[in-house]
Write a protein that binds this ligand. Structure first.
Ligand code: FA5
Length: 332
């Protein structure tokens, strides 16, 4: 094949190429070791010196031309392929990182599920509470030393039911609910509470409680013990150790605190952690809401949700929950 024909053929063929695989085939065909041009070079030795010089120069020119043609088209095709790639609708999309529920939400859901299975209805109350519901109706009068048990974040406003505050516990909802409903009933009240206190690994200024209240004609501390043991074993495992300790809360009689046994993260030793206050509803509360106090009995409890989550998920410091530290949150 003569050089002119090779040139024409190469130009024609490359003009319709639009992918790098075909371009590579073209390169092999026109510039490879077995190409017509290489053969042409190989045959030069059979020519006379003058012819060899003349034809050799022409062939060199053609080679340079083809090489440049190849480089230009390589660039064009690379550019084209890049564009096609960025428009490839069949390409799998980039995965958006999925989020998940906060460990406190997970724990709250589990607690409410366990109690729902035991027949408790879910009720809510306000976070901004009045002095009356947070303290007075619960037998914590202004002068009573028990009021010292809750360092309160007071608001400037005053309502018909006394000064306003950020509720220090979920117990006020006991009164609110009983004012509007007649027994028998069993309710739980999940919600956020606030206390003006120095924080440490197990105390924060905001935290969650789940209040429980069951009122019926015959409800005893034995019923409470059974329900709480069932709930705690449902939340943790059958093997968890639970302890009931006598305690004092003005709105229950008798009052107890419930601890569960956990392993200390640092020392590895087993120790008790307080998770809730509880007791039999004080008859005065029934009177306050207009019930016949001789007819009804009940138990109430308030469990700390962060404490449960800390035990469940092995979290060493309560302050991590509200830190918004993404490294912490990603672990759940
Ligand atoms: C109360 O708040 C009572 N209202 C509980 C109660 C309800 C007793 C019904 C009787 C009948 P106490 O202050 O102990 O009690 O708090 C209850 C639980 O809330 C504690 O066991 C703890 O788990 C949690 N808790 C209390 N203060 C904090 C805090 N600063 N940070 C995190 N959790 C807390």
């Amino acid at each position: 094949m003569d050089l002119v024909k090779i040139k024409a053929q190469a130009k024609k063929e490359i003009s319709v190429i639009n992918n790098s695989r075909d371009l590579e085939r073209w390169r092999v065909k026109f510039l490879g070791r077995k190409s017509a041009l290489s053969l042409f070079f190989a045959n030069l030795k059979n020519l006379s010196l003058i012819e060899r010089r003349e034809q050799g120069a022409k062939a060199n020119k053609l080679r340079e031309f083809l090489e440049e043609l190849y480089r230009d088209n390589k660039e064009r095709i690379a550019q084209q392929e890049k564009e096609i790639e960025s428009w490839d609708i069949s390409r799998p999309g980039t995965k958006a990182p999925t989020s998940h529920l906060h460990p406190l939400t997970l724990t709250l859901r589990e607690i409410t599920q366990v109690f729902s299975r035991l027949g408790f209805a879910i009720v809510e109350g306000p976070e901004i509470e009045s002095e009356y519901y947070n303290f007075d109706a619960l037998r914590i009068p202004p002068s009573h030393p028990a009021r010292d048990m809750w360092d309160t974040l007071w608001l400037k406003s005053v309502s018909k039911k006394g000064r306003l505050l950020l509720r220090t516990h979920t117990s006020p909802v006991q009164i609110r609910y009983m004012e509007k409903h007649q027994p028998p009933f069993r309710i739980i009240v999940p919600g956020r509470c606030f206390r003006h206190e120095a924080t440490d690994v197990s105390h924060d200024i905001q935290f969650h409680q789940v209040e429980g209240l069951m009122v019926d004609e015959e409800v005893s501390l034995a019923n409470f013990k059974d329900i709480i043991e069932t709930a705690i074993r449902g939340l943790f495992s059958q093997k968890v150790k639970i302890r009931f300790r006598p305690s004092y809360f003005p709105f229950v009689s008798p009052g107890v605190e419930v601890d569960i046994k956990i392993r200390n993260k640092k020392s590895g030793a087993q120790e008790w952690m307080e998770i809730m206050g509880a007791g039999m509803v004080h008859p005065d509360l029934f009177e306050t809401v207009g019930y016949n106090k001789n007819l009804w009995q009940g138990f109430a409890f308030g469990v700390g949700v962060e404490r449960i989550a800390m035990i469940k998920y092995n979290i060493p410091d309560i302050r991590l929950f509200f830190s918004s530290d993404i490294r912490f949150l990603k672990q759940f």
